[in-house]
Design a protein around this ligand. Sequence first.
Ligand code: LLP
Length: 383
Amino acid sequence: MARFPIADFNELRTPFYFYDLSLLDRTLAEIKRTARDANFKVHYAIKANANPGILRRIQAAGLGVDAVSGGEILAATEAGFDGSKIVYAGVGKSDDEIRLALDKGIGCFNVESLPELEAIAAIATELGVKAPVAFRVNPNIDAHTHEYITTGLSENKFGIDLELLPGVLDAASKLDSIRIKGLHFHIGSQITENEPFVMLCDTINRLVDEYAAKGIRFDTINVGGGLGIDYADPDRHPIPDFETYFKTFRNHLRLRPDQEVHFELGRSVVAQCGSLITRVLYVKEGLSKRFAIVDAGMTELIRPALYNAHHKIENISSPAGEMHHYDVVGPICESSDCFGKDELLPSVRRGDFLALRSAGAYGEIMASQYNCRPLPMSYFFET
Ligand code: LLP
């Protein structure tokens, strides 16, 4: 079990996010060590967590950013990221967002359709600049992950189908305000096997060869994100296996020496450094069940309600008590507002603090104000 400064928690209004910055720093150091190749560029997928305290650390470690909205571009630049280190994806970029991206000197647009390419070209012409673009290709690879977070299958709204790519490339080569940089892929999230990444490399190699034969070269290959984490046992794997992940691309991608590989990692960078801390409001005895009703709900952490995800729950106030089963539920008026059914926990009492672990990614950033609840606060600690 991770150690938490419980005595300090008594002063704080729950629920709140609690971030271990030392673990974040160790994770970033491991990314630097394992993605050591000069042509590997790691972009942090800011959608996972845009808390300024987290962003400053990631910026200081030298990563770039992967953004999917104007708001994310602003959050990144406010945290000190240079526009040229930001790549910008998304199927629905508005004109204002495209203008903002060009104003900030965006490193690359990851373009998802022909009409989007035309809109970017028109706005770039109007501003008198050249827009760097990569084309997001839908590689039709099954990432073996939850259907809501798989993105690389062909019946998906993301990316350009492989068969349609030649037409889009041809159109782009005729647009003066467009500079073609490369190809972009993303097959899904929370991928815990290596095989989908190997398949992605094989697909990329085939495509790059096919286009090289036609005289078209790509300077950048963006492989997206998706590396999964250990939700079941965060203390056994506090830092994901970046060594194997980057090695897969080093060994399987056939690259020209001057070709860059871009990565867009979100969850694997920040998930394990964050916990949602909540207080037990009531222990309610049902006929056949015992409920631990806590003051956090799907408003603070929506992943269990939305994806059936499970975050490890710990009783950090009384870790040594007798074990009992509880349904751990929140206060929101929805029956999906449940963090765990039949959780085996050391005896829970009113006022105990529980930690929902591995909540640093897609936790705080997805919080809502449903039921007119305030957004959660966040606190940091370092060892
Ligand atoms: N690049 C693109 C184009 C993406 O769409 C995503 C995530 C990433 C990179 C980062 O993927 P990661 O390394 O974090 O797996 N809210 C969901 C996850 C949604 C992921 C959306 N796209 C969850 O809580 O599981």
